[in-house]
Each structure stands twice: as structure tokens, then as C-alpha cells.
Design a protein around this ligand. Structure first.
Ligand SMILES: *[C@@H]1O[C@H](CO)[C@@H](O)[C@H](O)[C@H]1NC(C)=O
Length: 144
């Protein structure tokens, strides 16, 4: 009950914030709720992570698709958008690029092909409008 009230309040405040930030004289993004940890099951965060991984795989030079092997941190901030900091471990899958949708990819078990990385993403989104953009993406190798 309290949760759904919180959500409807949130949905009410966002259009107001969009109107205010459209004023060019006040080009300061107002933080309505600073970064706080959220559940790893959060549907909007999951969508942002899915989007970030699409971008990651599009841009990476690797011949294989990488998958999220573990979520390590998820935080959200509300401004005129939703902002997500997501830290994950990703791993090379057995699926070669390009990915066709109905393939069942699993994490590479072949020792020679095994590769893991830690990544940190900053995704800004209006999930209910289907708007996502990855503002920061940083990945580094984990020595296996
Ligand atoms: C990867 O992330 C995990 C969890 O945050 C951390 O324990 C580990 O040290 C990281 N590894 C590297 C190489 O950054």
C-alpha cells in the first residue's frame, strides 16, 4: 500500500520537474531524491541494465556476446529523469555476434575462452517512455 502511494507520488512529480527544467534560465537539474540503493530485482533497473548491455555488446570488439554474471551494486537517483548506477560482473558467453534473439546463451565454460570483467554503468532513463541512454560505461578485466 505505502509502496504504491510512493510510486504514484513519483509519477506525479516527474512531469512537474520536466516543466521546471525546461526553463533555460534555470539550467540546474534538481535532485528530487539522491542516489540510494535499490533492489537488484527492480524492473526499471533491469531494463536499464539490459539496455546498457545491448550497447556494450554493440560497441565491443569481442566476437562473442557478453552476459551479466552478477549484479554487485544498484543505485537510483531521481532528477527530471531516473538515474541508475549499476555495477556488474559480466562474462563472455558461448554466443557469437550478431545475436539472434532466440539463442540460449550461457557463460563460456571453455577455459581458453573464459573472460570476466567488472563494469560500472550510469544510465539515465524515462523507463515508461522507453527512453534510455548510457552516460558512462567503464569496464575492466578480472584476472581469472
Ligand atoms: C570486481 O568486483 C567485485 C565486487 O565488487 C570485487 O570484489 C572485485 O575485487 C572486482 N575485481 C576487480 C579486478 O576490480
Amino acid at each position: 500500500m505505502t509502496r504504491s502511494w510512493g510510486l504514484s507520488l513519483l509519477l506525479l512529480t516527474i512531469p512537474v520537474a520536466l516543466v521546471t527544467s525546461a526553463d533555460p534560465a534555470k539550467n540546474i537539474v534538481k535532485i528530487l531524491r539522491p542516489f540510494k540503493s535499490i533492489e537488484f530485482s527492480d524492473a526499471n533497473m533491469r531494463q536499464c541494465l539490459w539496455f546498457a548491455m545491448q550497447e556494450y555488446n554493440k560497441e565491443s570488439e569481442d566476437k562473442y556476446i557478453f552476459l551479466v554474471s552478477q549484479i554487485q551494486l544498484a543505485q537510483m537517483q531521481i532528477t527530471d529523469h531516473m538515474e541508475y548506477i549499476i555495477e556488474v560482473e559480466i562474462a563472455r558467453s558461448n554466443c557469437r555476434k550478431p545475436l539472434s534473439n532466440n539463442e540460449n546463451c550461457v557463460i563460456q565454460k571453455n577455459f581458453n575462452l573464459e573472460k570476466r570483467m567488472n563494469c560500472s554503468f550510469l544510465v539515465v532513463a524515462l523507463p515508461w517512455n522507453g527512453e534510455f541512454s548510457v552516460l558512462k560505461k567503464e569496464c575492466w578485466d578480472i584476472q581469472v
